[in-house]
Design a binder for this molecule. Structure first.
Ligand SMILES: Cc1ncc(C[n+]2csc(CCOP(=O)(O)OP(=O)(O)O)c2C)c(N)n1
Ligand code: SF4
Length: 301
């Protein structure tokens, strides 16, 4: 039976009173990830908003064992945990690496790539708030073209986002997927599926961030949905090379494949205050071309 809001597991592994901002999509995503793993995991987390959420020893808001690892070594830390569990003969525990886009697309990419190439048996989930948010929003490899940040303060970022999921797919992984915190049941189902697969599994989760993106705290879900409805984020999974659109992206494709224009998404966030009409047009063309490729690749339409 498909999971819905009524039959979703009730137990919580994220306790009340954590230190994320109001409207934080990272905490919403993490809540559903831990539900899907039923708490049977050891997490390794590099410096990030997720570390802040875990809290300072001996007080924590997250009821699973966690290693705080240096920024560049999340992949290496995960391989160590896998080796440790193997040496102890412990089975049924997922090693989960949970890192931001700065810790994944940029600073942690070499240790992640090495671990994935060796096919270590762990799940890596990157929550993507499109910047180094814990330190006040510096630009990352995943910050969108045109976004103003602490390190792109005047003109906004001049480069496109790095497609981390495509990079991980190129490692020949048994499972890669994209998700959005605005579609938590899709995320939940994907983590549940990934839990049963052996080898390195990579899941990328889009997690809007109100203080970094400069929109009201109450609009987190709306912006996550807009990203999917415009095709800026496409929800899919690739299992043993088979590409499937899922959730809202699958529905959009089935209803004729018409995306919402991207303009409103950019115009309603403070971080895009300097974006030009040319950049919006460029981004629209980029989205259209990528969506066409996805429709072409999808095996489930
Ligand atoms: C080697 C190293 N460099 C810089 C820092 C400072 N630092 C801590 S968290 C952080 C931002 C992390 O960004 P990201 O991985 O995107 O996660 P987010 O904060 O957005 O959750 C930085 C730069 C650090 N802890 N270690
Ligand atoms: S800065 Fe953004 S990602 Fe970090 S805790 Fe606040 S809302 Fe969440």
């Amino acid at each position: 039976m498909k999971t819905n809001a009524v039959n979703l597991i009730e137990k919580e592994w994220i306790l009340p009173g954590n230190r994320t901002c109001p409207g934080c999509a990272l905490s919403l995503a993490y809540r559903h990830i831990l539900k899907a793993l039923e708490g049977q995991c050891i997490v390794t987390v590099p410096a990030s908003c997720a570390t802040v959420m875990h809290g300072m020893y001996p007080i924590t808001a997250v009821n699973v064992p966690c290693v705080n690892t240096p920024f560049a070594s999340t992949g290496a830390s995960a391989t160590g945990l896998v080796a440790g569990l193997k040496a102890l003969g412990r089975k049924g525990i997922t090693v989960l690496a949970f890192a931001g886009d700065g810790g994944t697309h940029d600073i942690g990419i070499q240790s992640l790539s090495g671990a994935a190439e060796r096919q270590y048996d762990f799940m890596y989930i990157c929550y993507d708030n499109e910047g180094y948010m814990n330190t006040g929003n510096q630009r990352s490899g995943s910050t969108p073209l045109g976004a103003v940040s602490g390190t792109t303060p005047v003109l906004g970022k001049q480069q496109y986002q790095k497609d981390m999921t495509a990079i991980m797919e190129a490692h020949g992984l048994p499972y890669v997927a994209t998700c959005s915190a605005s579609y938590p049941l899709d995320l939940y189902e994907k983590v549940k599926k990934a839990k049963t697969i052996e080898g390195t599994r990579f899941i990328h989760v889009h997690t809007p961030c109100p203080p970094g993106w400069l929109f009201p705290f109450s609009d987190t879900i709306k912006f996550g949905e807009m990203a999917v409805e415009t095709g800026l984020v496409v929800l899919y999974e690739i299992e043993d090379g088979i590409f499937r659109l899922t959730s809202a992206s699958e529905s959009l494709a089935r209803k004729g494949g018409n995306l919402q224009p991207v303009r409103e998404y950019f115009k309603s966030q403070g971080r895009f205050k300097t974006i030009t009409e040319e950049q919006i047009d460029e981004l629209q063309q980029w989205v259209n071309a990528r969506w066409k490729q996805c429709l072409h690749r999808a095996t489930n339409l």
